[in-house]
Design a protein around this ligand. Structure first.
Ligand SMILES: Cc1cc2nc3c(=O)[nH]c(=O)nc-3n(C[C@H](O)[C@H](O)[C@H](O)COP(=O)(O)OP(=O)(O)OC[C@H]3O[C@@H](n4cnc5c(N)ncnc54)[C@H](O)[C@@H]3O)c2cc1C
Length: 386
């Protein structure tokens, strides 16, 4: 006989993936708990740039605490060949992750989700028809289904056997700046294509704070740090002491990497769901979290093992349909960009290139649809070959 579950659905991690999973599960009537090792509001190394998809997904649950709305993008090629484009409609929204995640936490609490903060999950197991999260304090939480959303280096990834094909190191500074400097950056971001293949840097404005970061393939720590130093120096920002200076790895899943093991689903960074070129992950976390939460609630309510299995299998199928094509397209863009950043920069500066990029930012044109266009596909294939 099956043991008694404490919960229908238990979620590990209260980031965007975990909280949207909990919101979806609770909306479907599941008794849902989220276990989070930190306490909100908590810092997370992240640019906090929201593309249109992220904004729309988050706005379903809360008033998005945007610190800025971006109308202007400046792009440069390792500090050279700078150009600026402006659009009347906002392109991106900028959030501080402390504020964004905390608002999502409040929405989950309002929806009836129980949140256990300062509770670290040490291990996951399955027994007696239940999933079990073992906590650092020696207690455990048992649920009919568990959603692992504890980021890319977490216990859920390891339990599910997630495999990563691309690992990058992101470094970021949060720099408080005086009002005249903040005014120069209002409504504008800078994207700089960096000196290492596939690398780039950014300045994201958040009112009186600038998030300045760079990202590059793992294994080039010294070069990545040098790039951040030079980037910050050339922008005249090196004289302002950063309030935070941190780094974090991003992981993109391998093609056949699992999204489910038994009664455990993995979502967001824990599943390696991230767009490989921009390393944009918030929209993937919000969408995969919602899909996982819906599947988990369905499975928890299933009257027999066959229907439970079918409900859980709906999750990898939904990710395969909606998110995998976008990752594939991002990978193609990254390959071409890594080999020919200069040609990429020229293309982006062209009216068509800029129009396509602006539409990507607003999520009117997903990368998957862009690379399906014959001329774009042909150019990318050529660029990737030579
Ligand atoms: C430098 C950098 C810049 C980025 N900039 C952007 C950007 O501008 N826009 C964008 O869309 N994406 C960006 N990303 C990616 C984005 O940050 C992630 O994709 C996103 O945070 C994934 O959300 P998540 O909910 O899956 O994981 P997370 O946000 O990492 O949340 C995981 C949660 O799980 C908790 N946790 C971890 N382990 C345990 C445990 N054992 N027990 C309990 N709780 C646990 C953590 O405390 C955390 O709260 C950036 C990433 C980096 C590294």
């Amino acid at each position: 006989m099956a043991e008694l579950a404490d919960w229908d659905v238990a979620v590990v991690g209260a980031g965007p993936a975990g909280l949207t999973a909990a919101l979806a599960a609770a909306a479907a009537g599941a008794r849902t708990v989220v276990i989070e090792r930190a306490e909100h509001p908590r810092y997370k190394t992240c640019g906090g740039g929201l593309i249109g998809t992220s904004l729309a997904a988050a706005a379903r649950h809360m008033q998005v605490p945007a610190r800025d709305r971006i109308h202007t993008i400046t792009a440069s090629l390792n500090g050279r060949r700078e150009f600026t484009r402006r659009d009347d409609a906002p392109l991106l929204a900028m959030v501080s992750r402390e504020e964004f995640d905390d608002e999502l936490r409040k929405a989950a609490a309002d929806a009836g989700v129980t949140l256990r903060q300062r509770a670290m999950v040490r291990g996951i197991s399955e027994d007696g028809g239940l999933a079990c999260a073992r906590l650092a304090d020696g207690t455990s939480v048992r649920a009919r289904v568990l959603v692992g959303a504890d980021g890319s280096s977490g216990v859920s990834s390891r339990y599910a056997g997630v495999r990563f094909q691309q690992v990058d190191l992101g470094l970021e500074l949060e720099i408080p700046v005086p009002a005249p400097v903040a005014a120069q950056w209002r409504e504008r971001v800078l994207l700089d294509w960096g000196p290492m293949p596939g690398s780039y840097g950014w300045v994201f404005p958040k009112g009186d704070l600038l998030t300045v970061g760079v990202i590059a393939a793992r294994g080039q720590g010294d070069g990545t740090r040098r790039y951040l130093r030079e980037f910050t120096g050339r922008l005249g920002l090196a004289g302002f002491p950063p309030a935070r200076d941190s780094g974090h790895l991003t992981h993109c899943r391998a093609d056949s990497s699992p999204l489910r093991r038994g009664r455990v689903l993995v979502a967001g960074d824990a599943a390696g769901l991230l767009e490989p070129w921009t390393r944009e992950g918030i929209s993937f976390a919000l969408r995969s979290g919602t899909m996982a939460g819906m599947a988990a609630a369905d499975a928890a309510a299933a009257p027999d093992p066959v229907r439970l299995d079918r409900a859980l299998d709906a999750y990898p199928a939904a990710v395969g349909q909606a998110l995998v094509p976008e990752m594939d397209a991002g990978r193609r863009l990254l390959t071409a960009f890594s080999r020919h950043p200069g040609a990429f920069h020229t293309g982006l500066a062209s009216p068509k290139g800029w129009h396509a990029f602006a539409r990507f930012c607003r999520s009117e044109l997903p990368f998957a649809a862009l690379v399906e266009r014959k001329p774009v596909g042909m150019v990318l294939s050529l660029m990737s070959r030579f």
